[in-house]
Write a protein that binds this ligand. Sequence first.
Ligand code: NDP
Ligand code: 2IT
Length: 448
Amino acid sequence: MKHKIEGFLDLVRQRNGHEPEFLQAVEEVAETVIPYIVQHDIYHGKNILLRMVEPERAVTFRVNWVDDSGEIQVNRGYRIQMNSAIGPYKGGLRFHPSVNMSILKFLAFEQVFKNSLTTLPMGGGKGGSDFDPKGKSDNEIMRFCHAFMSELFRHIGPNTDVPAGDIGVGGREIGFLFGMYKKLRNEFTGVLTGKGMTWGGSLIRPEATGYGTVYFAQKMLQTKGDDIGGKTVTISGSGNVAQYAAEKVIQLGGKVITLSDSSGYIVDNEGINSDKLAFVMDLKNNKRGRISAYIEAYPTAKFFANKRPWNEPCDIALPCATQNELDGNDAKTLLENGCICVSEGANMPSNKEAVSAFLNAKILFAPGKASNAGGVATSGLEMTQNSLRYNWTRDEVDSKLQEIMGNIHDKCIEFGRDDKTGYVDYVKGANIAGFVKVADAMLAQGVV
Ligand code: NDP
Ligand code: 2IT
C-alpha cells in the first residue's frame, strides 16, 4: 500500500514540485483514499485520483488599477476551475499578498471534497489575487474589484462557476464584484454568493461558516455524551469565520478566551462575552483595526505580539485564521493542556504533524473540509433561493445548515469509524465520503 501511495505522490510531486501547500493537501487525501480505491474494484485502472489533482482549467490574468495617488498598480488574478463532475465550479476568492498557484490549487482541491460532502450539487473551484486590501481606501477596493471582474466575468456564470468570499473578500468586495459583472453581462443572476440581503443574498450566509464549525464540534462532542456548555474555547483569527464561531460558542454557553490576527493574539480569561464580541466586530468590520486594540478597551485582557493562541489551556480549539497556523508543537501543547476537541474553521490550519498528533491521541478532530463546509453549503442554499427567486427565513436557512452539518458528520462516521476501536477518524471519513460521490459522477460521465 505504502508503495502505491508513494508511486502516486511521486508523479504528483514531479508535476507540481514547487507547490508545497497543494502537495500537502493531496498527500493527506491520497493516504486515505488510495487504500479505499484498492479495496473497491469499480475505481481500479481509471486514474480517477490522477484526474482529480489536475485542474480542469486554471486562468491567470493581469489586473491593472489606479490607486488614490494616481499611480498605476498591477496585480495578478486567478481562477482555478478544479472539478465540475457534480455541479458548476464553486468556491471563494481570496485577496491576500501570499496568494499564488500553490495556495489556490490546495484550496480548490479541498473545495471539491468539501462541496461533495455538503450533499448539494456543486463542483469545486477557487480564485483570488495577490492584492492586499489592508490599508486601502474604499475607492481603491472598488477600483480593484471592478478591474478584477472586468476579466473574471468571461470565465464564470451562474451555471458555470459561482465565486464567493474568502480571506480579504467579504460583503463589501462581493458588492463591487457583482456590480461590475451585472454591468458587463447586462443580467442580474446569482453569479456570486455572499450577496447583500436586498440584492439576492441569503440570511445566515455571513454566519454560516463559523456557526457550522461549532455545530460540527457539538455533533462530535455529542458522540461522547458531552457538549459545548461550560467549555473553555480558544479561537484564532478575528475575521468572518472566527467572529461567528465565537458568537455561536457564546450562545451555546461556552467560554471564548482568545482571538487573533496576523499581528498576534489576545487572551481574556474572564471570557469574551457578546458585548466584547460586538466591540471586536465593529473594530474589524467597520474600523478595520487590529486585534491589539482589544486590550485598550478591556485592560484585564493581554495581547501577545506575533504569537498564536495555542499555548492557552482550553477544552476546545477552533483554528479560524489561515493554513498551517497550528503545527506539531502547538498540537502537543494543546493535548498536554487537556484539549479534547479541535474543529477547523479555516482551510488546512493544522499542518501534517499536528493532524497526526490529534489522531494518535484519539481526540475529536474535524478537518476543515468537513467542519467548515457550512459556509459553502449556505452558498448553495443562496443559489437555490436565487433560482427560485425566493427568500427563506433565518430559521429556515439555519435549520437547513444544521441538517447539512449533521449529514456531513454522519458521512464521516460511515466512512471513518474503526470497527474494532470505535474511534472515528474524521479525516479519513471526510476524504472518502467526498471522493466517492465525485468519483462515481466522473465514472458515469466517461473520460472527458
Ligand atoms: P477574513 O479575511 O474575514 O479573516 C481572516 C482572519 O485570519 C483575520 O483575522 C486575519 O488577520 C487572519 N489571517 C489571515 N491570514 C493570516 C496569516 N497569514 N497569518 C495569521 N493570521 C492570518 O477571512 P475568513 O474569516 O473568511 O477566512 C478565515 C479562514 O476560513 C480561511 O482559511 C478561509 O479559507 C476559511 N474559510 C472561509 C469561509 C468563508 O465563508 N469566509 C468558508 C470556509 C473556510 P489579519 O486581518 O491580520 O490579516
Ligand atoms: O473555503 C470555502 O469554503 C469558502 N471560502 C466559501 C466558498 C463559497 O463558495 O461559499
